[in-house]
Design a protein around this ligand. Structure first.
Ligand code: 13P
Length: 257
């Protein structure tokens, strides 16, 4: 299966922005402006407290819902945590895991992220596993080693059928929220490496089904060219997903070529 066979996926990660009323406003605007004939799968990831209301707002649409994080246990004395079951019950089909902000500010390790990835699959959520190098690591030519370690530990002990849906997002940390995007060749190199690694670690048919996203300063102006890069199957969008007009232009990238 090659790129044409994988449905493009565009995910809006709203991060910790806006409460319930902002979420409803954003998703209503999105719903109203989205061309439903569009072939792109669209996912939004609002804050936890907006999930249920947003799921009701999108119930008659093709827009799908993601959590921004979850804990690996199903329930118990873990004050402040949210389990995969709760996300599922709130209407989520996806969950973003291992985002660089979780790694940086909450010190999440690859081992913890792996427990979350496993728990997400068990809860029938599709994990969007985020990986990517810091600027220092790129400058030290460590990018591929960093990415390999994140993949190797992050995807440990997964059943092969979990890979039928799993999504991997390459987000270079230095490109997140900075307005700086890597050169085409840099993205291509890492995406090729990820696909190759998946082929070696699992098998070619499985690796060919996995959608690989790029994230980091995606804007309406660069969405079409990013989507043209070999092995880029979709985009993980932060800031621009908070402005419906921009997010819509990104989703309708084919019209803006
Ligand atoms: P920006 O699009 O704001 O750079 O954020 C990217 C991101 O972190 C998406 O998860």
């Amino acid at each position: 299966m090659d790129k044409e066979m994988r449905q493009p996926l565009i995910v809006g990660n709203w991060k910790m922005n806006g409460g319930l009323s902002d979420s409803i406003r954003l998703v209503t605007n999105l719903k109203n402006q989205l061309n439903e004939k569009n072939q792109v799968e669209v996912v939004v990831a609002p804050p936890f407290t907006s999930l249920h209301s947003v799921s009701i707002a999108i119930s008659e649409t093709k827009i799908r819902l993601a959590g921004q994080n979850m804990f690996w246990e199903e329930s118990g004395a873990y004050t402040g945590e949210i389990s995969g079951l709760f996300l599922k019950e709130s209407g989520c089909d996806f969950v973003i895991l291992g985002h660089s902000e979780r790694r940086q500010f909450f010190k999440e390790s690859d081992e913890q992220i792996n427990l979350k990835v496993q728990a997400a699959c068990k809860s029938e959520l599709i994990p969007i596993l985020c990986i990517g190098e810091k600027l220092k690591e790129r400058q030290a030519k460590e990018t591929l080693n960093v990415v390999e370690k994140q993949l190797k530990i992050g995807l440990k002990d997964l059943a092969i059928h979990d890979f039928e849906t799993i999504v991997i997002a390459y987000e270079p940390v230095w490109a997140i929220g900075t307005g700086e995007t890597p050169q085409t060749e840099q993205i291509e190199e890492v995406h090729h490496f990820i696909r190759g690694w998946l082929k070696r670690y699992f098998d070619a048919p499985t690796a060919n089904m996995t959608r690989l996203l790029y994230g980091g300063s995606v804007q309406p102006e660069n969405a079409a060219s990013l989507m043209q890069i070999d092995e880029v199957d979709g985009l993980l969008v932060g800031g621009a997903s908070l402005h419906t007009e921009d997010f819509i232009k990104i989703i309708h990238f084919e019209e803006n070529r």
